[in-house]
Design a protein around this ligand. Structure first.
Ligand code: TYD
Length: 142
């Protein structure tokens, strides 16, 4: 399988600041590299990490609206950990076939997630060994 680039894929959001505050804009197929089919939010996180899965097809952009957290990205060949923080005014692309784990949430952390598909449990790979097998055995993308 063609490995995704694990250099941090930061998505720059449009930021408009004036004397009333800040307005942040994400637009499908502009700064978000897909058509948005679903939006969900993670908040009031406890100390427990989340994620621990990859998706077969889903692409997502995760935006931190408050506080901060860390996210581990793993493509089956290499991994890296990124910090997601309010005030960087950007998002992080979590591509298909990237195992991800979110942790180290501050109490005020709020994550907004823009997703390329509607919810489909069959798109999840929740077993890490299955993920490694798929990531290393799938035919190269043409
Ligand atoms: P999951 O994606 O596993 O959460 P996380 O990666 O943050 O740990 O989702 C948790 C539960 O919520 C799981 O039972 C699936 C359900 N869920 C939906 O029903 N719709 C959704 O859009 C999402 C993201 C999750």
């Amino acid at each position: 399988m063609k490995k995704v680039n694990l250099s941090p894929e930061r998505v720059t959001l449009k930021k408009l600041r004036d004397n009333r505050g800040i307005l942040i804009v994400a637009e499908a197929q502009k700064n978000i590299p897909f058509k948005i089919e679903r939006v969900y939010c993670l908040l009031e996180m406890q100390l427990k990490p989340r994620g621990f899965h990859a998706h077969k097809n889903l692409r997502q952009v995760m935006i931190c609206l408050s506080g901060s957290c860390k996210i581990l990205l793993d493509n089956g060949e290499s991994e890296r950990t990124e910090q997601l923080s309010y005030k960087t005014y950007d998002g992080l692309l979590i591509d298909k076939m990237v195992w991800h784990e979110m942790f180290a949430f501050t109490p005020d952390c709020i994550l907004l997630v823009l997703a390329s598909e509607q919810y489909d449990e069959s798109d999840y790979i929740r077993d890490y060994n299955e993920f490694l097998t798929r990531a290393n055995n799938e035919a190269p993308a043409i």
